[in-house]
Ligand binder design. Structure first.
Ligand SMILES: [Zn+2]
Length: 579
């Protein structure tokens, strides 16, 4: 059976690997990954790692590895198509018939209609807010100090009486099937429809491309719940969409500000901070984190200053950090939320508050400190042990040093002892021995093998390296099989300027063994402190590879070819690429 790449990629990206694997084994966050006991070999200390960022898993013990499909194939002992079906089911994704393209075209058609309905509804609500029906909602916005410009930019609206929108959409001629799927109407007992959001102030939710994909509604007057969101539909997914992302992505700020509510986004926007986004009635999760990462490398968490807000921030941090985001945290003082803070203290104070946001590790240490009575020795010891685990996750040695000094100061425990503790934490699963190496290369080939893997890795994650390599290194110079194929995929994806996810490349291999080898390439990542040292390393590896490729030709070469090969080898010495 044939499924197009887009379908396979839809199903893969819809199934977060950490979520899926967590339903089989217990995973704990550690550094940039999650670790657990490997389900594919017997072990007592966890060497099975799952990367939310790369969406792959890899066992440092037995070498098992792959993406979410590989995992299901391995653990359920299933073929690829069955794994695909299982994962599609899990996210209620309708797979096309084996014919393929017809079903895809039909789904695209439904999506278009649903988008059109949301757009018409948004306009309908917008006009009602400005008419007599919308007086109470407009008065509410007045009371919250939302100015006219913001009301227009965010397309705020009002949903009047019980069936106003239903009547309007039916008159527009939409079939029942689409009315039901829109998430805007509910069926009544007599086969008719009524408005889900009747009596609410409406916040259209835009996707990053600026299309209305759903709504949030705040009740005006009495009623429960206070806030109501569209249900998930074919075009709207609460666990992914971020409110305000359409404006935030265009802002000049290097970081997004993550806030809790619609009103926070609005009031920050009005005060000159268009970079604020909010999750929609759910806690920030890994999908939100990835949605942020698509646009920025950093974010400031600014949740409500109460206990619930602090807890939500602590819960969100691991997801955001695992997505590779630089996270800072700040809290408003003397106000319950950012909206209230800006109203009481003004935009300038808010800008200062933002500038003073702390790195997430120090924020977590501060929160941890509150749980212990540091006057008592045993509590100090417990606190230090927990703090060491946090410090081990810090991004740089400089940061770690600063945190160690801070903890030493507040506990009276020596910095050396804390450092020793942290070293122990850091050396545990990350450096677990690789008892079985995948390709078992002979010692002399180890350098070539490493160079292959490393160059593929850097070509995949660094567009500069990819472009430079593409000019001088042909995929077949990597020999035959998985590695050459991987590099060819990476070159072609780079040409199409597609966003790169290691896990999506792995789906392109049918055999489990090949998926395992491909995954191993991405499980090993050495980061360089700067571009110059990376360029140097890339060039060294390139030489190793090219020479070894030439060496493989020598045994079968005739005298003319031999001369040619020697010349080639000399030119390799002079080869230098800039990345
Ligand atoms: Zn294993």
């Amino acid at each position: 059976m044939f499924y197009p790449n887009e379908v396979i990629e839809d199903v893969r990206s819809g199934n977060d690997i950490v979520n899926v694997i967590s339903s089989y084994i217990t995973l704990k966050p550690k550094g940039a990954s999650f670790f657990g006991l490997c389900p594919f070999h017997q072990e007592k200390t966890p060497s099975f790692s799952v990367s939310a960022d790369k969406q792959i898993y890899h066992c440092f013990g037995c070498g098992a590895g792959g993406n979410v499909f590989t995992f299901i194939m391995q653990i359920e002992n299933a073929g690829f198509v069955d794994a695909l079906k299982l994962l599609a089911d899990r996210i209620h994704y309708t797979l096309p018939d084996s014919g393929g393209s017809e079903e895809i075209a039909r789904q695209a058609h439904v999506r278009d209609i649903l988008l059109e309905i949301q757009k018409k509804a948004a306009r309908f609500f917008y006009e009602r807010l400005r008419g007599p029906d919308g007086r109470a909602a407009a008065a509410y916005l007045d009371s919250r100090g939302v100015d006219a410009k913001v009301r227009i930019r965010f397309g705020l609206g009002y949903a009047p009486g019980r069936r106003a929108l239903a009547d309007f959409l039916i008159k527009e001629g939409y079939a029942n099937e689409f009315l039901e799927q829109s998430g805007l109407l509910l069926a009544d007992k007599r086969g008719g429809y009524y408005d889900r959001f009747a009596g609410r102030l409406m916040f259209p939710i835009f996707d990053a491309a600026g299309r209305v994909v759903g709504f949030g509604g705040r009740v005006i007057g009495e009623g429960e719940p206070k806030y109501l969101n569209s249900p998930d539909t074919l075009i709207f997914d609460k666990s992914r969409n971020l409110y305000g992302v359409n404006f935030a992505k265009k802002s000049k700020s290097a970081e997004f500000i993550l806030v809790e509510g619609y009103m926070d986004v609005l009031s920050l926007f009005q005060a000159g901070f268009p970079q604020a986004v909010a999750a929609l009635g759910t806690a920030f999760n890994q999908n939100h984190a990835r949605a942020v990462k698509k646009h920025r490398d950093g974010a400031v968490i600014l949740f409500d200053s109460d206990e619930a807000g602090t807890k939500a921030a602590l819960r969100a941090i691991p997801y955001l950090a695992n997505a590779g985001l630089a996270i800072r945290v700040t809290q408003v003082e003397g106000a319950k939320d950012p909206d209230e803070y800006i109203k009481s203290f003004g935009a300038e104070s808010f800008a200062k508050l933002l500038a003073q946001a702390k790195g997430h590790v120090i924020f977590q240490i501060d929160q941890l400190k509150k749980q212990y009575n540091l006057d008592i020795l045993t509590e100090r010891v417990k606190f230090t042990a927990e703090a060491s685990k946090l410090i081990a996750k810090a991004d740089s040695a400089v940061e770690r040093d600063a945190f160690i000094k801070d903890v030493a100061l507040s506990t009276g425990i020596s910095a050396d002892a804390i450092t020793a503790d942290i070293d122990r934490v850091m050396s545990r699963p990350m450096r677990a021995p690789r008892t079985r190496v995948l390709e078992r290369p002979a010692k002399a080939d180890k350098g070539v093998f490493d160079a292959k893997c490393a160059l593929i890795y850097y070509a995949a994650v660094d567009p500069g390296v990819c472009e430079a390599l593409n000019k001088v290194l042909a995929p077949d110079e990597l020999g035959e099989g998985v590695y050459a194929e991987l590099l060819a995929h990476i070159y072609s994806l780079h040409g199409q300027a597609k966003e790169f996810v290691p896990a999506s490349l792995i789906s392109r291999f049918d055999k489990l063994e090949d998926q395992k080898q491909a995954t191993a390439v991405f499980a090993r990542a050495e980061e360089f402190p700067d571009k110059a040292s990376k360029e140097k390393a890339v060039n060294e590896m390139l030489k190793v590879l090219k020479k070894s490729y030439i060496d493989t030709k020598i045994p079968t070469a005739d005298i003319n070819q031999l001369n040619e090969l020697v010349k080639m080898k000399k030119s390799v010495d002079k080869l230098y690429i800039s990345i």
